[in-house]
Ligand binder design. Structure first.
Ligand code: SF4
Ligand code: SF4
Length: 319
């Protein structure tokens, strides 16, 4: 049987997703025995011209991590879509835009001013040097998840995806036993379903950032006033962060039945905030309690602003 041809591509990403692929340990030998890696810019010197030379559908599966931030990201994922039978959105940035999607709160000019300062320091899309012309990709006005640009067959969520889920995907790929298209390789239910902490859905009369309180290791973090995104987040990581005494920040994206992860969490919180509670730290009004949330967008949409109904407040037409 001929070996499958698989690829890995990074769009706008930090590189952590590429590294996470190696966490499957010795299973990588099974993958290598069953498939040739035909594209992996992070690890192998494959040119875009090599990719263009493939016949359409020549690649069996390509895992794409990262969001779509530039015209290069968009052009290459559209090309990969033509060349690949299956596309996997790998990691939070490809899935829901990721942390970098928070830049959608600002315009391109605001982002460039913050990063490069005065306009004369901004990178030019075209410049000449010693008779040569240098072209840079255009930074798009709005960052989007992968599925906003090309059809996606599978999702492996997480920042980065947990190795158990990555391993589950490769086991199915190598065995030729992939589930129905559209499958998200994670749990259907929310994170609380797999969290070992005791959750009583107690009223919250004060909100704490994790460093402001010594959390009880057995009680639900949300019950203790620490904003844990578990109720609005898809399970599958075995509640890795709450098990380490840290709140979930929502990297696996919304549950199967949730459209907008941040709105779902706000809804949950609204039902829990309560005044008149016992305790020396308890605050008197709901406004006082909610005013303690340090960073609203970064808390409720840390990984999913670009995939939310808000998208960001910058609403000029897209390229
Ligand atoms: S700690 Fe977080 S994930 Fe665990 S039960 Fe509480 S809200 Fe859910
Ligand atoms: S607990 Fe939440 S933030 Fe942590 S890995 Fe799991 S889904 Fe991601």
């Amino acid at each position: 049987m001929p070996k499958a041809k698989i690829g890995v591509y990074w769009a706008a990403a930090c590189g952590g997703c590429d590294v996470s692929l190696l966490e499957i340990d010795e299973q990588i030998l099974e993958v290598a025995a069953a498939a040739d890696i035909a594209l992996w810019p992070c690890a192998a010197d494959v040119k875009y011209s090599d990719l263009r030379a493939y016949e359409d559908g020549a690649l069996d599966a390509v895992l794409i991590n990262g969001a779509i931030r530039t015209t290069e990201n968009r052009e290459i994922v559209e090309l990969i879509r033509e060349k690949a039978k299956l596309i996997v959105a790998y990691g939070a940035c490809a899935h829901t835009g990721g942390v970098i999607g928070l830049a959608n709160r600002a315009s391109r000019d605001e982002v460039f001013t913050t990063v490069f300062g005065a306009r004369e320091n901004w990178p030019k899309e075209q410049s000449t040097c010693e008779g040569h012309t240098l072209c840079l990709p255009r930074y798009l006005d709005v960052l989007t998840p992968l599925s906003d640009v090309i059809p996606v067959d599978y999702v492996i969520p997480g920042c980065p995806p947990p190795k158990e889920i990555v391993s589950q995907f490769f086991t199915a790929l190598v065995a030729g036993d992939l589930p129905a298209a559209g499958t998200v390789f994670a749990a259907e239910k929310n994170l609380c379903d797999e969290c070992p902490r005791d959750r009583k859905q107690e009223k919250i009369s004060r909100i704490y950032r994790p460093h402001e309180i010594e959390a009880d290791p057995d009680r639900c973090l949300l019950d203790q006033g620490i904003l844990c995104m578990g109720p609005a987040t898809r399970g599958g990581c075995n509640a890795a962060c709450p098990r380490a005494n840290m709140p979930c920040t929502g990297c696996a994206g919304p549950t199967a039945t949730t459209r907008d992860q941040g709105a779902a969490m706000l809804n949950t919180l609204a039902s829990l905030v309560g005044t008149g509670e016992e305790g020396e730290d308890a605050l008197d009004t709901e406004d006082e309690i909610l005013a303690q949330i340090h960073d609203l967008t970064g808390t409720f949409y840390r990984f999913g602003l670009a995939a939310s109904t808000l998208k960001g407040h910058y609403d000029e037409p897209r390229d």
